[in-house]
Design a protein around this ligand. Structure first.
Ligand SMILES: [Zn+2]
Length: 531
């Protein structure tokens, strides 16, 4: 029996950008779109061109993506023609493969919010869909408040959906905008819609206000819908949108869905899911939810005792799916054996040969555990992990020593009477028998320290010439009673390689210094600098 195709639509960059405290830059949006594309998501909604400068720039930028890159916007305004609406014109000019319109489908909203007639709203839907089709775009229509609208006036809600479908929309998406609809209601209403519009043209857009956005999405699929909209990690305003990171593995790994449906995500891409989820949190500079289904650090963690020993005999005894299938790891707490095999797997991944009976592996595991308790996150800083591993296994040359550094910050009034803050760093470095003192200014203390440190490393200077710091992230952690600072530094070199290093300390300068040092030493090792 051939499987039916089910489509995934990601709106992290549009609806997800509504999350309190989330503010994507253009670079963030491009990087996230790339990640979604590599995962195999069918549609990526980039944003609302014309509504804000970032989104306008995003839709102007060159993208090499296989996904159907989608622009979001309003249908034509009531009382205007499609050709005489600047908002619609801007949307149709955007470089996008598809256009997703949002329209009212609740008669009450049409009258009160839109202040127009039911007929004019239907005409606006139909005209807008036709205008975008004429521009060669694939068209989707988000029916806002569809479920509440349907409960109030089923005939009108359905006529909005039908107007879009009849005008040639590829998808009519039923939105639970307030997020209050329950799964059995979704199933009933979607089934009714699918009698009027074929299910392979119907999508579901669920919000998580009753913690059931994922369940509502599956209810809609059971009732006939064939497109699911959602976001990475369930990002979205209020309680968030349907979480694609939970939906995808369920579709791939649970028989009810995997037997019936084909999705655009390959088994190989599924193995990257945990990484994608954590990379998004890293970008948002926030901690990942340890208890997130499938991808959380604790999703496959078991405490010592009968469970742990049973898991070692046969993992299927206590795991609903294999952790590796989504790129996660089994974690048997306090089990030396499991810790060791995780470390060995990491070493293999970064290309360090190690013997599993080498006592230094046990030592490395101890250090990693101690440091992770102190706030280090090696999962996010592979170059620092590699340096730690190489040092513990005794293979990093002693390139140079920093004997002393001094950083000062001065706030004063300058010659023209303006307040200025100046940072300056002095570093004393020993390379072999040579001692070097370098001083530098910077736009902040860490920047000054970085300049001074990399100003003169004697015979190693040529090896670090191409080193650039591309990102610097700071997070204050509460470990025990005291707050500590975690610094992550992203570096790049002339070959285009990227790596991330980490430092943790109660002092932000010290934490930054550790991360800088790791990055420089990593670059020297990578370039094969002699001892
Ligand atoms: Zn929404």
């Amino acid at each position: 029996m051939s499987k039916e195709r089910l489509y995934l639509f990601d709106t992290t960059l549009r609806d997800g950008a509504q999350t309190n405290g989330v503010d994507f830059t253009l670079a963030d949006k491009l990087a996230i779109a790339q990640m979604l594309d590599e995962l195999g998501i069918d549609y990526v909604e980039g944003g609302y061109p014309g509504a804000n400068p970032t989104d306008t720039e995003l839709f102007g930028a060159d993208r090499k993506l296989d996904t159907t890159f989608t622009a979001f916007g309003m249908t034509r305004r009531p009382g205007r023609s499609a050709s005489n609406d600047p908002g619609l014109a801007a949307l149709l000019e955007a470089k996008a493969d598809a256009v997703c319109f949002v329209a009212k489908s609740w008669d009450y909203h049409v009258r009160v919010a839109l202040e127009t007639t039911e007929e004019e709203n239907l005409a606006s839907i139909s005209d807008s869909v036709k205008a975008a089709k004429a521009k060669g775009r694939e068209v989707l229509l988000d029916c806002e408040h569809f479920f509440d609208g349907y409960k109030a006036n089923p005939k009108y809600a359905l006529s909005c959906a039908k107007a879009a479908y009849d005008a040639g929309a590829r998808w009519v998406v039923l939105c639970d905008t307030n997020g209050g609809t329950l799964p059995h209601e979704v199933e009933e209403i979607v089934a009714a819609v699918c009698k009027a519009i074929p299910g392979d043209h119907v999508g579901i857009h669920a919000h998580n206000d009753t913690e059931q956005a994922v369940a509502n999405s599956f209810a809609a699929v059971r009732a006939g819908a064939r497109q699911i909209q959602g976001t990475l990690n369930g990002l979205g305003e209020r309680c968030g949108n349907a979480n694609l990171v939970s939906i995808i593995p369920t579709l791939k790994l649970k028989k009810e869905f995997s037997d019936a449906f084909e999705i655009g995500i390959s088994n190989a891409a599924l193995k990257k899911l945990a990484h994608v989820s954590h990379a998004l949190d890293e970008r948002l500079n926030r901690g990942s939810n340890r208890h997130a289904p499938y991808v959380g650090e604790s999703a496959f963690a078991t405490k010592a005792g009968i469970h742990a020993s049973a898991i070692l005999k046969d993992p299927a005894t206590y795991e609903h799916v294999a952790p590796g299938s989504v790129g996660n790891k089994r974690k048997v707490l306090v089990s030396e054996q499991a810790g060791k095999s995780n470390i060995l797997a990491e070493l293999e991944r970064i290309g360090i040969k190690a013997d599993k009976d080498d006592p230094r592996i046990g030592r490395l595991l101890e250090i990693v555990k101690e440091r992770e308790t102190a706030g280090y996150a090696y999962e996010a800083a592979d170059a620092s992990f590699e340096m730690l591993a190489r040092r513990t296994l005794g293979t990093v040359p002693d390139f140079f020593d920093v004997e002393k550094f001094d950083v000062s910050v001065e706030h004063r009034i300058n010659a023209v009477g303006q307040p200025v803050t100046v940072s300056m760093a002095v570093v004393k470095v020993k390379v072999g028998n040579d001692e070097m003192i370098s001083a530098a200014e910077g736009n902040g203390p860490v920047n000054a320290l970085d300049h001074a440190l990399r100003k003169d490393l004697g015979k190693y200077q040529d090896y670090i010439k191409g080193l650039k710091l591309t990102d610097y992230r700071v997070r204050i952690l509460n470990s025990g009673t005291e707050a500590v600072t975690r610094v992550l530094i992203e570096s790049e070199d002339e070959t285009g390689d990227h790596w991330t290093t980490i430092g943790v300390s109660p002092n932000i300068i010290d934490a930054s210094f550790q991360a800088l040092m790791d990055s420089i030493v990593y670059k020297l090792v990578k370039s094969g600098a002699p001892a």
